[in-house]
Structures are given as structure tokens and as C-alpha cells.
Design a binder for this molecule. Structure first.
Ligand code: BYC
Ligand code: FE
Ligand code: FE
Length: 470
């Protein structure tokens, strides 16, 4: 089952050859996907050979094959984790019952909505990043960007397969719409806010892959605990790909931070900007911005949608099957700070209604772990300054804090106290953008980012990750 059939036009491990209607429908969608990829996918190195990994099986540890591929020839396909016939519904009202192989009628629309929202983020991120390779700080970084892009394209395939296979005509229509919306478009934007924000510099790219792809990790984790087994299985395989995206963001920011520290020691006045680097206060503002936008992706702190998703088994908690024993989550509460009469007041909320907040806090702890590693890099470089995460109330545009102002420490403040310089200013953005000059000689890196400690898949750092001879 885990073997992937590459003889098919659409590589897959779901026995697509035995379902002719489904196969035909997906083969009709395929050229539309490729048109989309050419028109709003990576607009740089479109026909260059890139050192990419491709899935060859879904077995743990041995799934990836590395080699030079031209991006339009990348074999996007449909790969699900193996089916476990003993699997039971992890959480909610039906916990312990057998998982669903088909979609129950009463959950059809909600499940479709969740899959469409998940799907929409994947092409959106590719659109946001489509010009970045033109300013890559190295061939190594360009390769990582393009690896992330082809895999986000595959994640779209993963969700489109579910829409086509389980949601009939409606699902096919949704699959078409996924190629029609555009990140940042005024008339047909992508669904979630973070996916309409520009991503035109590499500090933003690394914040995005660190913080926004990490929302992907947690949402996919919650969907891996779904009662709908095909969704769970597809999310489990997506999570193995996601790990590389998070590595790109976490290590990319660490390299920018490390370089900032090194330059602050050699620069006149200790300001990295004087020697073409990025100063820590600017990096901190980008962290503030992308952490807050990514927190919004978890939905409201108090959500009946979230309670319903959990109750009906459509989503579970992070590691629901492994880390919990009481899978009903009934009769329990979670404390959530609310703004009442100009002050923050703790209120108990039924746990099921606070599921978005639970997942957000698991996510925030994971981000804290990452920040500790960056601060370790700063102290290794001999600096005693640190970067930090703002409060989860800071600069929110979704949820119960969206109508109020908070400082980075999470204190409720009035509008007059709000300081726009907690976020990147126009002049910060212009400065960062001014550094975005491509460095495409083998083994060379832009001045604002340290080289990585090692290369990809055992290759040296000065490997030709993108073939430079066309
Ligand atoms: N922007 O009860 P509420 C990834 C809407 S990332 C705009 O607060 P709920 C990736 C919400 O849709 C993972 N709108 O929230 C990363 C609802 O609208 P309707 C993506 C927002 O429903 C990088 C209304 O506000 N996967 O994979 O409990 C690169 C009130 O909703 C936002 C998923 O998100 C926002 N930020 O939870 C590539 C998983 N937040 O229905 C890929 C599927 C909320 O009233 N999605 N709204 O019109 C879900 O599970 C849920 O829809 C959400 C929201 C967690 C997003
Ligand atoms: Fe993805
Ligand atoms: Fe990702």
C-alpha cells in the first residue's frame, strides 16, 4: 500500500487506476493545476534543474528520493499514510467507535468547509512566494524555497483528492475555485488573512515558514485526529513533509539572527545596518507581526464552531490519541482572559468551546522552544540581548482581543499608547527590501544571513543546488 505508482499520469498510492471516474476527473483538473503553477507559481528558475526530493513511498524514514528536477516536471501526486483497520475515532461524542471511510451526510458540509480552508492555504503560500527566488541569498536558500513550493503544491493535490473522491460535484467545483482565488487579490482573495499578506523579502519568508507553516503543523495535527479516516491519513503524510518547511524557517531566522549578532560586533556604533545586515530590533518587529498573524489562524478563543468540530469528531486536539485519556472533554473548563469594562478578567469557558485556544497555546509553546534556540545562538555569538514572542493578545485581528489594543507584554492599553513601531514600519520594510539582491554563485551567501551549518541530504553547503548553466 505504501508503494507509490509512478507509472500513472498522477502518481498515487490510492489505487487510482481502479476508479476510472475519479481518475478521469483528476486528470481533467491536472492541466488546470499546471496552468495555475506556470502563471502564479515560482516565476524564477521555472525551467532550471533544481535538487529536489520527491516522495517514493510513505514508509517512515525511507520516503524521499533526491535528484535534479525541472519544476514543471515535478511529479505531484496523491500519497496517504497506510490504513489501520483497527483505528477508532480519537475524540468527541463518538470516541472509540470505528473511524469513517465515507463522509456521513450530517457532517458533509462542515467537513467540506474544513478541507477547503486547509486546501486554500497551500496554493496561497505558493502565490505569496512566487518572486522570492529572484532575490535568493544563495542557491541553497533558493532550493529550499522551491522545495517548500512544490510540496505546498502537493498539499493542494492531497486536499483536492479528498474533494474529488468524497464530495462529488460540489467537491469538484470547490477544487476549481481553489485555482481561481489569489493571494492578496482585492476581488478574489484567499480565505484566511495571513495568506493575503505580501511575502517579498527573505526575512518575511523565514518568519512565514517558521510561524505560518507551523500553524499548518498544528492544524494538520488536529485533522490527523479526525474521525474521517482518509483525511487523517493524508494529513499524517503531509506532516512528514511539513517538518522540512519548519526547519527552513527556524534555521533561516537563526542564520539571520546569528549574522546580525556577528555584524553588530564589527559594525561602527554596533549597528548591523551600517554594514548591510539586519538589526535585532527590526527582526523582532517581523517576529511580532508574523507570530500575531499566525495566531489569528487558530480562530476565536471561544468558538462554537470549534466545539462542534470536536464533538462530531471532525478535529481532535493536538496528539488527542496519545496524550489524553478523557476523550470527551465534557464537564471541564479552560480559563480565558476576557476584556470587560476596560479590564482583563479571567473567565471559565467550557473546554470544548476553547479548543481553538488549546491548540493555539500548544502552538505558542512550540514557538517558545524555537525562540529559546535563537537566543542560544545569540549568546553563542557573545550577545546578551534576546528576541522574544509577544503576548498571544498582541496585534490580533481575529478572536476576542481583536477590538482592543495590547502591548507586546499583553497589557490592555488605549489607542494612544499603541506604538506602531512594535511592528515593521514602512522604512523598516524599505530597508529590508533594499538588501534583497540575489547571490547565485555556488557556495556564496548574502551578507545579512549566515551560511547553514550543513547542506541538504548530506551534500556540501557549496553544492550546486540549482543548476546555474540553464
Ligand atoms: N482569517 O469560530 P471562529 C497551512 C473566520 S495553515 C480570516 O473564530 P473557527 C499552511 C472563520 O473561517 C493551516 N477569517 O473560527 C501554512 C469563520 O468564518 P465563517 C490551515 C478567519 O471556525 C503555510 C469566522 O472567522 N488549516 O496549512 O473555530 C503554508 C469565525 O470563526 C480567520 C486550517 O485552518 C482568519 N485568520 O476556526 C501553507 C484548518 N480565523 O465560517 C499551508 C481548517 C477565523 O463564519 N480550518 N476566521 O464564514 C479550521 O479548522 C477553522 O476554519 C479555523 C477557524 C481554525 C481556521
Ligand atoms: Fe502545506
Ligand atoms: Fe508547509
Amino acid at each position: 500500500m505504501s508503494h507509490i505508482d509512478y507509472d500513472e499520469r498522477i502518481p498515487n498510492n490510492v489505487d487510482l487506476g481502479h476508479d476510472r471516474r475519479l481518475k478521469r476527473a483528476l486528470e481533467k483538473w491536472q492541466p488546470a493545476y499546471l496552468d495555475w503553477w506556470r502563471s502564479v507559481g515560482p516565476q524564477v528558475f521555472m525551467d532550471r534543474e533544481v535538487y529536489l526530493r520527491t516522495a517514493i513511498s510513505t514508509d517512515a524514514g525511507g520516503w524521499a528520493n533526491f535528484g535534479y528536477v525541472k519544476m514543471p516536471d515535478y511529479r505531484w501526486g496523491i500519497f496517504l499514510d497506510d490504513r489501520d483497520d483497527a483505528r477508532v475515532i480519537p475524540g468527541g461524542d463518538y470516541a472509540g467507535q470505528p473511524v469513517w471511510q465515507e463522509v456521513p451526510g450530517e457532517h458533509r458540509n462542515v467537513l467540506k468547509r474544513i478541507i477547503v480552508i486547509q486546501a486554500d492555504t497551500e496554493p496561497a503560500s505558493v502565490e505569496q512566494q512566487r518572486y522570492l527566488a529572484a532575490t535568493a541569498p544563495s542557491l541553497y536558500d533558493a532550493r529550499n524555497l522551491l522545495q517548500v513550493n512544490v510540496e505546498e503544491g502537493r498539499h493542494l493535490w492531497a486536499m483536492v483528492y479528498l474533494l474529488h473522491a468524497y464530495f462529488g460535484r460540489d467537491g469538484r467545483d470547490e477544487a476549481d475555485e481553489l485555482l481561481a482565488r489569489r493571494a492578496g487579490d482585492a476581488d478574489k482573495p484567499r480565505i484566511l488573512d495571513a495568506f493575503n499578506q505580501p511575502c517579498t523579502d527573505w526575512l518575511t519568508f523565514h518568519c512565514f515558514t517558521c510561524f505560518t507553516d507551523r500553524d499548518g503543523k498544528y492544524q494538520l495535527g488536529a485533522l490527523a485526529e479526525s474521525a474521517f479516516d482518509p483525511l487523517s491519513r493524508t494529513c499524517r503524510f503531509m506532516l512528514t513533509e511539513e517538518a522540512h518547511h519548519l526547519f527552513v524557517g527556524e534555521s533561516g531566522l537563526e542564520r539571520i539572527i546569528r549574522r546580525s549578532a556577528q555584524l553588530s560586533r564589527t559594525a561602527p556604533n554596533g549597528d548591523p545596518r551600517a554594514v548591510g545586515g539586519i538589526d535585532l530590533p527590526t527582526i523582532q518587529k517581523y517576529i511580532n507581526y508574523w507570530f500575531a498573524y499566525s495566531l489569528d489562524l487558530f480562530g476565536s478563543e471561544v468558538s462554537t464552531n470549534a466545539a462542534d468540530y470536536f464533538a462530531s469528531g471532525l478535529k481532535g486536539r493536538w496528539r488527542e490519541s496519545q496524550d489524553y485519556t478523557d476523550h470527551g472533554a465534557l464537564g471541564q473548563q479552560r480559563t480565558v482572559a476576557h476584556v470587560e469594562n476596560g479590564a482583563l478578567v479571567d473567565r471559565a469557558v467550557p473546554l470544548r468551546k476553547a479548543m481553538n485556544e488549546s491548540l493555539r497555546q500548544d502552538y505558542a509553546s512550540d514557538c517558545q522552544r524555537v525562540v529559546r534556540r535563537w537566543n542560544k545562538a545569540l549568546s553563542d555569538e557573545g550577545l546578551d540581548v534576546q528576541v522574544s514572542l509577544p503576548s498571544t493578545r498582541f496585534f490580533r485581528r481575529q478572536g476576542i482581543y481583536a477590538d482592543h489594543h495590547f502591548d507586546p507584554a499583553g497589557e490592555l492599553i488605549d489607542q494612544a499608547t499603541w506604538d506602531a513601531a512594535w511592528l515593521p514600519t514602512d522604512s523598516d520594510r524599505a530597508y529590508v527590501q533594499s538588501l534583497m539582491k540575489p547571490v547565485l554563485e555556488i557556495g556564496k551567501f548574502a551578507n545579512y544571513i549566515a551560511p547553514p551549518k550543513r547542506g541538504i541530504h548530506g551534500q556540501p553547503v557549496d553544492f550546486e543546488y540549482v543548476r546555474t548553466d540553464g
